[in-house]
Each structure stands twice: as structure tokens, then as C-alpha cells.
Design a protein around this ligand. Structure first.
Ligand SMILES: Nc1ncnc2c1ncn2[C@@H]1O[C@H](COP(=O)(O)OP(=O)(O)O)[C@@H](O)[C@H]1O
Ligand SMILES: [Mg+2]
Length: 292
């Protein structure tokens, strides 16, 4: 799904003493089939922005276009149920989204809500549960609240996938997971995206490594607006600016920047994987001073 924000602004609790302008003049475009990351300090407006992408929030100013739907101040949320079906939202701590009596019913809820029969919805739900790695069917009749934390999170994600969205909004979906759990979860989303050219995701993350590994394009937010955007190579070449906004660069990039300074030689710092970083270090050790 193609997304375009034009001069998008959003104010919480408008016309009250608690009024808070969370977004101001956001312009961005996300192409169909892309893998995008949004990074920024806490409070920079990331969650507010992504909640516009499936119509959970309606702009206070400007507009957001999602596919052929243009959402402007005054657009009624009721008219956006189709958009919710096409853009699935995985929040931080997705397990808090669970609510139904059994795992099976919980995952079938979305597709039923979007008009499928119970049987069709259960079928979709089972497919989604297998996709997230929950193959043990004895779990399906249990209450989601009897499961382990990791299983609960997987059920919640299956519930989002069961509606077969074209786009996933992932708002810090790996919060609280250990490094191994984080990789597993990100590989799940990455694999899902690769299954079809039309699929895309927007990943909100604090982990620069994840942004570098799982996004082709990154938007940096600061105080409610987009201050920098580009490929990971471009964004992470601005280490000093990122620092001003309270952000870092991936550890591999940091290592190469330091080596480059100490060895007083230019280095291609846009190597995010450990493998590429190792190659760059070997090149340096061999004294190969090709221009980078
Ligand atoms: N429900 C809300 N009511 C009032 N202010 C809010 C609400 N949600 C977020 N904010 C404020 O809006 C700003 C942006 O918040 P948010 O979009 O959650 O940022 P991020 O996801 O980058 O941490 C912050 O100043 C935050 O305090
Ligand atoms: Mg947030």
C-alpha cells in the first residue's frame, strides 16, 4: 500500500489546557512493497504518526493518503474499516491485544469482523498460528492467558496476520524480548514481507541494528517531524546529527568510524552486517587504501 503524508499535524486534547502538538508538518512517502523503519527519541511522535496509517488517528492538519483513501481533518473513523483490514497494527507488547476465551477464537476475531464466516475465519486463524510457529493444536482451545509470554505474543501477531493485511505497522514489536527472541520475531516479519511483492511494513524501533538490517529506507523523527530520511547507508553516515537527536548508529558502524579515525584512513562505514564489517576490517589490515 502506498502511503503519503502531506503537512500532517496532530494535536492531542485540542482546545483543552492539556493540548499537546505531537506531529507538525510531517511529509513522507512510503512505496508499496517497501520495508521502512522509523527511528527517533521517545516522545518524538513515532507512535502518533504510525497510528494515522491505519486510521486509528485522524489528522488535525494536512492529510494522509493510504492507497486510494485520503484522510483529512473531519474524516469519520467509521469510513475507515476497510483500511484497518488492509493495514494491520502490532503494538508494543502485542500480548495486551489478546482478549478472547480461546486462542482459536481470538485469532479468528479479525477475519470474522471483516465479514468471513466462522469456519473460514478459523481456517485463516489456524494458518496464521502455524505461520508464527505455533503448531501444537492442543494450544488452540486453551485460553490465551494460560500461555507463556512468548506464546501469547505469537498468538497476538497471528491475530493480526489472520486478516491478511497488505501492510504491517510494527510499533516496537520486540520490546522486552531477549536478543534471540528479537531476531526470531524480526525474521518472522521479514519472511512475511518477502512472501509477496505487494506486502510492506513500517517498523518503529529503538534498535539501530534492526533498522539497518530490516529496513531499506529509514525516517528519523525529532520533535514531531521528520528530520532525516534515506537508505540506512545515508542515514547512518550522519552520526553527529543523530547524536544531537539522542540517537546512535549500529555498533558495527560505530566500530568502523572509530577504526577509520584511529587508522586515519577512509573506511566504508556503511557495512551493517558483521560479515561486511569483517571484510572492511580485513581490507584495512591489508593496507588497501582504495577510495571509499
Ligand atoms: N494519548 C495522549 N495524550 C496526550 N499526549 C500524548 C498522548 N500520546 C502521546 N502524547 C504525547 O505526544 C508526543 C508524541 O508521543 P508518541 O507519538 O507516543 O512518541 P513516540 O512514539 O516517538 O515515543 C509526546 O510528547 C507524548 O507525550
Ligand atoms: Mg511510541
Amino acid at each position: 500500500m502506498h502511503i503519503k503524508a502531506q503537512d500532517l499535524g496532530y494535536t492531542y486534547m485540542k482546545n483543552t489546557p492539556f493540548e499537546k502538538k505531537a506531529l507538525d508538518g510531517v511529509n513522507l512517502e512510503i512505496k508499496e512493497g517497501s520495508r521502512v523503519a522509523i527511528v527517533g527519541h521517545t516522545g518524538s511522535g513515532k507512535s502518533t504518526l504510525v497510528q494515522h496509517m491505519n486510521g486509528l488517528l485522524i489528522p488535525s492538519e494536512g492529510s494522509l493518503t493510504a492507497g486510494e483513501m485520503e484522510i483529512r481533518p473531519g474524516t469519520k473513523q467509521k469510513t475507515l474499516s476497510k483500511l484497518r483490514q488492509r493495514v494491520g497494527m502490532v503494538f508494543q507488547f502485542p500480548e495486551h491485544q489478546l482478549f478472547d476465551e480461546t486462542v482459536e477464537k481470538d485469532v479468528a476475531f479479525g477475519p470474522m469482523n471483516f465479514g468471513l464466516t466462522r469456519e473460514e475465519a478459523c481456517g485463516r486463524g489456524r494458518d496464521a498460528l502455524r505461520k508464527v510457529g505455533l503448531h501444537d493444536e492442543s494450544l488452540y482451545k486453551k485460553s490465551p492467558f494460560e500461555l507463556s509470554g512468548g506464546q501469547m505474543r505469537r498468538v497476538a501477531i497471528a491475530g493480526v496476520l489472520a486478516s491478511e493485511p497488505e501492510m504491517l505497522i510494527l510499533d516496537e514489536p520486540t520490546a522486552g524480548l531477549d536478543p534471540e527472541g528479537r531476531v526470531k520475531m524480526m525474521e518472522l516479519f521479514s519472511g512475511w514481507q518477502k512472501e509477496s511483492e505487494a506486502r510492506s511494513y513500517v517498523l518503529v524501533t529503538h534498535h539501530m541494528e534492526d533498522a539497518a538490517t530490516y529496513a531499506d529506507y529509514i525516517f528519523v523523527m525529532h520533535q514531531g517531524t521528520v528530520v532525516l530520511e534515506g537508505s540506512p547507508e545515508v542515514v547512518f553516515s550522519h552520526e553527529e546529527r543523530l547524536q544531537q537527536w539522542g540517537l546512535g548508529v549500529p555498533k558495527t558502524t560505530k566500530l568502523l568510524i572509530e577504526l577509520s579515525k584511529k587508522a586515519n584512513t577512509p573506511i566504508n562505514v556503511a557495512s551493517f552486517s558483521v560479515e561486511d564489517t569483517a571484510k572492511e576490517i580485513v581490507r584495512l589490515l591489508k593496507g588497501d587504501k582504495r577510495d571509499v
